[in-house]
Design a protein around this ligand. Structure first.
Ligand code: NAD
Length: 359
């Protein structure tokens, strides 16, 4: 038998097309009527559209969210929210907008409603990562779990192809690591395998036609499933490496996940054969790591960490940071193993040539 612990997360999820029209009703249901809408500067127009939909129930728009949730942006947002006496935060956007909403909720206990427009999955988790002076720290607390998530497939139709590809791989990374998590549970594993199986054909279809509504719908559902996995179980080496590369070297979050994932899977392949079998089955290929690299190639994600702007001299420091605090991973984590993995990802080498951890 496989004993497990399962902790359900209490978020109300509304999924469909055109569902953003339900935002006023959902606010009423929460008993709130002074919303501040948060977004990134690039999605200010979406935030103002939502504000117009909310009418008098919206008291302001704060469109300054930034990747990796810098604390100085949060400080400005807190002033804005307090001056306007807001009683709820509504985020529209990807993980950056959701991150700002969570950072405000952490400090004010205000309820949150999130309308996701990428596949990052942050809206489904009680996790908040923040950066302060170039250092990223992450915490897990129910205080940041959004009360309501409104998935509207229409909001994802404008996600550019390149971001769709990397954001989809970011989500798949949650599912991959959920399958070999130390605290894996049957619900998360079923969701993970189903999501990987839906994502691969959906992302390939979206690359051909970004307005393919059936594929967009499958991708958004799969993103919810992957985010749910991230919220339910602990992550391992892959997420640790991406956290270091994003937080300390400023690399783009989703693209970093896409590049590193096949190498992390190869690193763990011998130590987690059941998980690898399920990933390979979902991708309909014999080898999980090679199938993930093939998917990246088909989607045209950036080929290497070098292409993202990392310099070779950073690899050693990144390896030091990644092994600084011991954490669980299926295969034992050594500095040499991590450095080899990072070098392969830096060069974009085929995973078939990667030395697989013997554990
Ligand atoms: P993002 O939110 O930074 O979005 C990337 C860019 O795409 C932004 O300019 C955004 O405005 C634009 N964009 C988003 N959706 C769009 C759409 N539908 N149409 C047009 N443009 C659109 O990127 P992301 O990858 O979603 O989020 C990354 C951030 O989320 C990082 O800070 C990461 O740490 C965090 N994250 C947190 C968790 C968690 O559980 N705490 C999980 C995943 C990601």
């Amino acid at each position: 038998m496989n004993p497990f612990i399962y902790n359900a997360l209490p978020t109300r999820v509304v999924f469909g097309r055109g569902t953003r029209a339900q935002t006023p009703f959902e606010l009423e249901r929460l008993g709130r009527g002074r919303a501040v809408v948060v977004a990134t500067p690039e999605q200010a127009a979406s935030a103002h559209d939502l504000a117009a939909l909310l009418g008098a129930a919206c008291v302001g728009v704060f469109a300054e969210a930034a990747m990796h949730t810098p604390v100085e942006v949060t400080a400005r947002a807190l002033d804005f929210v307090s001056q306007l006496q807001a009683d709820v935060i509504v985020a529209v956007g990807g993980g950056s907008a959701t991150g700002l909403s969570k950072a405000i909720a952490l400090r004010t206990d205000l309820p949150q409603m999130v309308l996701p427009t990428t596949y990052a999955g942050s809206e489904a988790t009680p996790i908040l990562g923040e950066t302060d002076a170039g250092r990223k720290t992450t915490q897990r607390t129910l205080k940041v779990l959004p009360e309501v998530v409104i998935y509207d497939v229409d909001l994802t139709l404008t996600l550019p192809a390149a971001l769709t590809a990397t954001s989809g791989m970011n989500a798949i990374a949650h599912a991959v690591e959920a399958l070999y998590a130390q605290d894996a549970n049957p619900i998360a594993s079923i969701l993970a395998e189903q999501a990987i199986g839906l994502f691969a054909p959906a992302l390939r279809a979206i690359m051909r036609d970004p307005l393919d509504q059936a594929a967009r719908s499958d991708a958004l559902y799969a993103a919810w499933a992957c985010g749910t996995c991230l919220g339910l179980v602990g992550m391992s080496l892959h997420h640790k490496l991406c956290h270091v590369l994003g937080g300390s070297f400023g690399l783009s979050h989703a693209a970093t996940h896409a590049i590193v994932l096949p190498y992390a899977a190869a690193f763990n392949s011998r130590a987690a054969p059941d998980a690898m079998g399920r990933i390979a089955r979902a991708l309909n290929r014999p080898d999980a790591a090679e199938a993930l690299q093939e998917l990246n190639r088909d989607l045209g994600t950036p080929p290497s960490l070098q292409a993202l702007g990392l310099s070779e001299g950073d690899l050693s420091h990144a390896a030091d940071l990644a092994v600084a605090n011991p954490y669980w991973n299926p295969a034992p984590v050594t500095r040499k193993g991590v450095l080899d993995l990072l070098r392969a990802a830096y060069l974009g080498s085929p995973v078939s040539s990667q030395t697989r951890s013997a554990a």
